[in-house]
Write a protein that binds this ligand. Structure first.
Ligand SMILES: C[S@@+](CC[C@H](N)C(=O)[O-])C[C@H]1O[C@@H](n2cnc3c(N)ncnc32)[C@H](O)[C@@H]1O
Length: 247
Protein backbone atom coordinates (compact mmCIF):
# COMPACT_ATOMS: atom_id res chain seq x y z
CA UNK A 1 0.00 0.00 0.00
CA UNK A 2 1.25 3.47 -0.90
CA UNK A 3 2.29 5.25 2.30
CA UNK A 4 0.04 8.22 1.54
CA UNK A 5 -2.99 6.01 0.98
CA UNK A 6 -4.75 5.47 4.24
CA UNK A 7 -7.41 2.80 4.40
CA UNK A 8 -10.13 5.12 5.63
CA UNK A 9 -12.38 4.39 2.72
CA UNK A 10 -14.76 1.46 2.45
CA UNK A 11 -12.28 -1.03 3.94
CA UNK A 12 -12.58 0.63 7.35
CA UNK A 13 -16.29 1.33 7.35
CA UNK A 14 -17.13 -2.05 8.77
CA UNK A 15 -14.72 -1.52 11.63
CA UNK A 16 -16.08 1.97 12.35
CA UNK A 17 -19.58 0.53 12.39
CA UNK A 18 -18.75 -2.47 14.59
CA UNK A 19 -16.67 -0.57 17.10
CA UNK A 20 -18.35 2.84 17.30
CA UNK A 21 -21.73 2.30 15.64
CA UNK A 22 -20.83 5.21 13.35
CA UNK A 23 -19.42 5.56 9.86
CA UNK A 24 -17.85 8.74 8.47
CA UNK A 25 -19.61 10.15 5.45
CA UNK A 26 -17.68 10.67 2.23
CA UNK A 27 -16.59 14.19 3.01
CA UNK A 28 -15.41 13.16 6.51
CA UNK A 29 -13.48 10.25 4.96
CA UNK A 30 -11.75 12.69 2.62
CA UNK A 31 -10.91 14.97 5.53
CA UNK A 32 -9.39 12.03 7.47
CA UNK A 33 -7.34 11.08 4.42
CA UNK A 34 -6.14 14.68 3.97
CA UNK A 35 -5.34 14.93 7.69
CA UNK A 36 -3.19 11.83 7.38
CA UNK A 37 -1.29 13.31 4.43
CA UNK A 38 -0.78 16.63 6.22
CA UNK A 39 0.51 14.93 9.37
CA UNK A 40 2.96 12.77 7.40
CA UNK A 41 4.12 15.89 5.55
CA UNK A 42 4.31 17.98 8.76
CA UNK A 43 6.35 15.25 10.43
CA UNK A 44 9.20 15.96 8.00
CA UNK A 45 9.83 19.27 9.79
CA UNK A 46 8.19 18.82 13.17
CA UNK A 47 8.15 16.04 15.70
CA UNK A 48 4.37 15.57 15.66
CA UNK A 49 3.94 11.83 16.05
CA UNK A 50 5.71 8.48 15.79
CA UNK A 51 2.57 6.99 14.30
CA UNK A 52 2.67 7.31 10.53
CA UNK A 53 1.84 3.85 9.17
CA UNK A 54 -1.67 4.02 7.67
CA UNK A 55 -3.39 1.39 9.82
CA UNK A 56 -1.66 2.56 12.96
CA UNK A 57 -2.64 6.13 12.18
CA UNK A 58 -6.25 5.05 11.66
CA UNK A 59 -6.31 3.18 14.95
CA UNK A 60 -4.16 5.26 17.27
CA UNK A 61 -5.07 8.73 16.04
CA UNK A 62 -8.45 8.63 14.29
CA UNK A 63 -10.23 5.79 16.05
CA UNK A 64 -8.71 6.49 19.46
CA UNK A 65 -9.68 10.19 19.24
CA UNK A 66 -13.28 9.30 18.44
CA UNK A 67 -13.60 6.45 20.93
CA UNK A 68 -13.31 9.00 23.73
CA UNK A 69 -16.39 10.86 22.48
CA UNK A 70 -18.24 7.79 21.13
CA UNK A 71 -21.27 8.67 23.25
CA UNK A 72 -21.62 11.93 21.29
CA UNK A 73 -21.37 10.44 17.81
CA UNK A 74 -24.65 10.55 15.95
CA UNK A 75 -25.90 7.20 14.72
CA UNK A 76 -25.94 6.62 10.96
CA UNK A 77 -23.63 9.47 10.04
CA UNK A 78 -26.08 12.35 10.45
CA UNK A 79 -24.87 15.38 12.35
CA UNK A 80 -27.48 15.74 15.04
CA UNK A 81 -27.27 18.20 17.91
CA UNK A 82 -25.22 17.12 20.92
CA UNK A 83 -26.97 17.56 24.24
CA UNK A 84 -25.68 17.34 27.80
CA UNK A 85 -27.41 15.48 30.61
CA UNK A 86 -29.69 18.45 31.32
CA UNK A 87 -30.78 18.55 27.67
CA UNK A 88 -28.79 21.70 26.85
CA UNK A 89 -26.86 21.73 23.57
CA UNK A 90 -23.13 21.11 23.96
CA UNK A 91 -21.43 23.63 21.77
CA UNK A 92 -17.85 24.29 22.79
CA UNK A 93 -14.93 21.92 23.26
CA UNK A 94 -11.31 22.54 24.23
CA UNK A 95 -8.54 20.09 23.31
CA UNK A 96 -5.86 20.85 25.90
CA UNK A 97 -2.32 20.00 24.74
CA UNK A 98 -3.51 19.13 21.24
CA UNK A 99 -0.01 18.69 19.72
CA UNK A 100 -0.60 17.70 16.09
CA UNK A 101 -4.35 18.05 16.59
CA UNK A 102 -5.38 14.93 18.52
CA UNK A 103 -8.00 14.22 19.60
CA UNK A 104 -9.42 17.65 18.60
CA UNK A 105 -9.17 17.46 14.82
CA UNK A 106 -10.88 14.09 14.32
CA UNK A 107 -13.52 15.21 16.84
CA UNK A 108 -14.12 18.45 14.91
CA UNK A 109 -14.44 16.47 11.68
CA UNK A 110 -16.85 13.95 13.20
CA UNK A 111 -18.95 16.53 15.07
CA UNK A 112 -19.42 19.54 12.80
CA UNK A 113 -21.87 21.17 15.23
CA UNK A 114 -19.22 21.34 17.94
CA UNK A 115 -16.82 24.29 18.02
CA UNK A 116 -13.37 22.94 18.92
CA UNK A 117 -10.48 25.02 20.28
CA UNK A 118 -7.08 23.40 19.78
CA UNK A 119 -4.86 24.64 22.63
CA UNK A 120 -1.13 24.06 22.83
CA UNK A 121 1.76 25.84 24.49
CA UNK A 122 4.19 25.13 21.61
CA UNK A 123 4.16 27.79 18.92
CA UNK A 124 5.45 25.48 16.16
CA UNK A 125 2.56 23.07 16.69
CA UNK A 126 -0.01 25.86 16.65
CA UNK A 127 1.60 27.32 13.50
CA UNK A 128 1.35 23.89 11.89
CA UNK A 129 -2.32 23.53 12.86
CA UNK A 130 -3.00 26.99 11.41
CA UNK A 131 -1.93 25.60 8.03
CA UNK A 132 -3.88 22.38 8.49
CA UNK A 133 -7.30 23.92 9.19
CA UNK A 134 -7.76 25.62 5.79
CA UNK A 135 -6.37 22.56 3.98
CA UNK A 136 -9.03 20.44 5.67
CA UNK A 137 -11.71 23.08 5.11
CA UNK A 138 -12.70 22.76 8.76
CA UNK A 139 -14.94 25.65 9.80
CA UNK A 140 -15.63 24.53 13.36
CA UNK A 141 -12.10 24.49 14.83
CA UNK A 142 -9.63 27.18 15.79
CA UNK A 143 -6.24 27.31 17.49
CA UNK A 144 -5.06 28.90 20.70
CA UNK A 145 -1.43 29.33 21.77
CA UNK A 146 -0.73 29.27 25.49
CA UNK A 147 -0.60 27.24 28.66
CA UNK A 148 -3.87 25.89 29.98
CA UNK A 149 -2.98 26.91 33.54
CA UNK A 150 -2.76 30.54 32.40
CA UNK A 151 -5.40 30.68 29.67
CA UNK A 152 -8.25 29.49 31.92
CA UNK A 153 -8.02 32.71 33.92
CA UNK A 154 -9.15 34.80 30.96
CA UNK A 155 -12.83 35.62 31.49
CA UNK A 156 -13.96 34.34 28.09
CA UNK A 157 -12.29 30.96 28.70
CA UNK A 158 -13.10 30.46 32.39
CA UNK A 159 -15.99 27.99 32.90
CA UNK A 160 -16.90 28.56 29.25
CA UNK A 161 -16.63 25.08 27.68
CA UNK A 162 -18.92 22.06 27.53
CA UNK A 163 -16.21 19.50 26.84
CA UNK A 164 -12.47 19.28 27.58
CA UNK A 165 -10.33 16.64 25.90
CA UNK A 166 -6.85 15.63 27.09
CA UNK A 167 -4.65 12.94 25.64
CA UNK A 168 -1.00 12.32 26.57
CA UNK A 169 -0.62 15.57 28.47
CA UNK A 170 0.39 14.26 31.92
CA UNK A 171 -0.86 12.45 35.00
CA UNK A 172 -4.64 12.19 35.25
CA UNK A 173 -4.73 14.43 38.32
CA UNK A 174 -2.78 17.11 36.44
CA UNK A 175 -5.10 16.77 33.43
CA UNK A 176 -8.08 17.25 35.75
CA UNK A 177 -6.53 20.40 37.18
CA UNK A 178 -6.03 21.72 33.66
CA UNK A 179 -9.50 20.75 32.45
CA UNK A 180 -12.00 21.52 35.20
CA UNK A 181 -11.52 25.32 35.34
CA UNK A 182 -12.48 25.54 31.66
CA UNK A 183 -15.75 23.66 32.10
CA UNK A 184 -19.22 25.01 32.65
CA UNK A 185 -21.36 23.37 35.30
CA UNK A 186 -22.44 20.04 33.82
CA UNK A 187 -19.47 20.02 31.43
CA UNK A 188 -17.52 16.86 30.67
CA UNK A 189 -13.75 16.25 30.71
CA UNK A 190 -12.51 13.23 28.79
CA UNK A 191 -9.12 11.93 29.93
CA UNK A 192 -7.68 9.54 27.36
CA UNK A 193 -5.52 6.98 29.17
CA UNK A 194 -3.66 3.77 28.36
CA UNK A 195 -3.52 1.60 31.46
CA UNK A 196 -5.42 2.71 34.55
CA UNK A 197 -4.57 1.83 38.15
CA UNK A 198 -6.29 2.13 41.51
CA UNK A 199 -3.47 4.47 42.60
CA UNK A 200 -4.13 6.81 39.69
CA UNK A 201 -7.82 6.82 40.49
CA UNK A 202 -7.17 7.62 44.17
CA UNK A 203 -4.79 10.40 43.18
CA UNK A 204 -7.34 11.78 40.73
CA UNK A 205 -10.13 11.54 43.28
CA UNK A 206 -8.20 13.59 45.80
CA UNK A 207 -7.29 16.22 43.19
CA UNK A 208 -10.76 16.98 41.85
CA UNK A 209 -13.00 17.59 44.85
CA UNK A 210 -12.06 21.21 45.38
CA UNK A 211 -12.18 21.85 41.62
CA UNK A 212 -15.84 20.94 41.48
CA UNK A 213 -15.29 17.69 39.60
CA UNK A 214 -16.50 14.16 40.07
CA UNK A 215 -15.49 10.92 38.37
CA UNK A 216 -18.57 9.97 36.39
CA UNK A 217 -17.25 6.79 34.80
CA UNK A 218 -14.15 4.93 33.71
CA UNK A 219 -14.45 2.92 30.52
CA UNK A 220 -11.98 0.12 29.76
CA UNK A 221 -11.68 -1.15 26.21
CA UNK A 222 -9.21 -2.47 23.65
CA UNK A 223 -8.35 -0.95 20.31
CA UNK A 224 -9.91 -2.76 17.34
CA UNK A 225 -6.79 -3.64 15.34
CA UNK A 226 -3.88 -4.18 17.73
CA UNK A 227 -6.00 -4.89 20.83
CA UNK A 228 -4.12 -2.31 22.91
CA UNK A 229 -5.46 -1.56 26.39
CA UNK A 230 -7.15 1.83 26.77
CA UNK A 231 -9.22 3.65 29.35
CA UNK A 232 -11.31 6.77 29.13
CA UNK A 233 -11.98 8.61 32.35
CA UNK A 234 -15.02 10.90 32.27
CA UNK A 235 -15.13 13.74 34.77
CA UNK A 236 -18.23 15.83 35.31
CA UNK A 237 -18.06 19.43 36.49
CA UNK A 238 -20.72 19.56 39.16
CA UNK A 239 -20.13 22.84 40.96
CA UNK A 240 -17.94 25.85 40.41
CA UNK A 241 -14.49 25.42 41.89
CA UNK A 242 -13.96 26.66 45.40
CA UNK A 243 -10.26 27.41 45.13
CA UNK A 244 -7.79 28.39 42.49
CA UNK A 245 -6.38 25.25 40.86
CA UNK A 246 -2.74 24.47 41.53
CA UNK A 247 -0.33 25.13 38.67
C1 LIG B 1 2.71 14.37 24.12
S1 LIG B 1 1.93 15.71 23.34
C2 LIG B 1 0.32 15.03 23.05
C3 LIG B 1 -0.33 15.65 21.84
C4 LIG B 1 -1.73 15.12 21.52
N1 LIG B 1 -2.68 15.41 22.58
C5 LIG B 1 -1.73 13.65 21.19
O1 LIG B 1 -2.32 12.87 21.95
O2 LIG B 1 -1.17 13.26 20.15
C6 LIG B 1 1.61 16.84 24.68
C7 LIG B 1 1.30 18.24 24.18
O3 LIG B 1 0.76 19.00 25.26
C8 LIG B 1 1.28 20.30 25.23
N2 LIG B 1 1.12 20.82 26.60
C9 LIG B 1 1.63 20.28 27.74
N3 LIG B 1 1.22 20.98 28.82
C10 LIG B 1 0.41 21.96 28.35
C11 LIG B 1 -0.34 23.01 28.97
N4 LIG B 1 -0.35 23.17 30.31
N5 LIG B 1 -1.06 23.85 28.19
C12 LIG B 1 -1.06 23.69 26.84
N6 LIG B 1 -0.37 22.72 26.20
C13 LIG B 1 0.35 21.86 26.94
C14 LIG B 1 2.69 20.13 24.70
O4 LIG B 1 3.18 21.31 24.08
C15 LIG B 1 2.51 19.00 23.69
O5 LIG B 1 2.28 19.48 22.38
Amino acid sequence: MNQMTMPVLPEMNELWQESLNWVPNESQQQQFQRLYELIVEGNRHLNLTRITEPIEFWEKHLWDSLRGIARLLPANGNSGEIRDFTGQPMLKAMDIGTGGGFPGLPVAIALPNLSVTLLDSTRKKIDFLETVLPSLTIQNAGTLLGRSDEIWRQPHHKAAYDIALLRAVGAASLCAKYALPFLKNGGLAVLYRGNWTAEEEADLQSAIGHLGGTIESVEAFTTPVSQGARHCVYLRKVVQQLERPAR
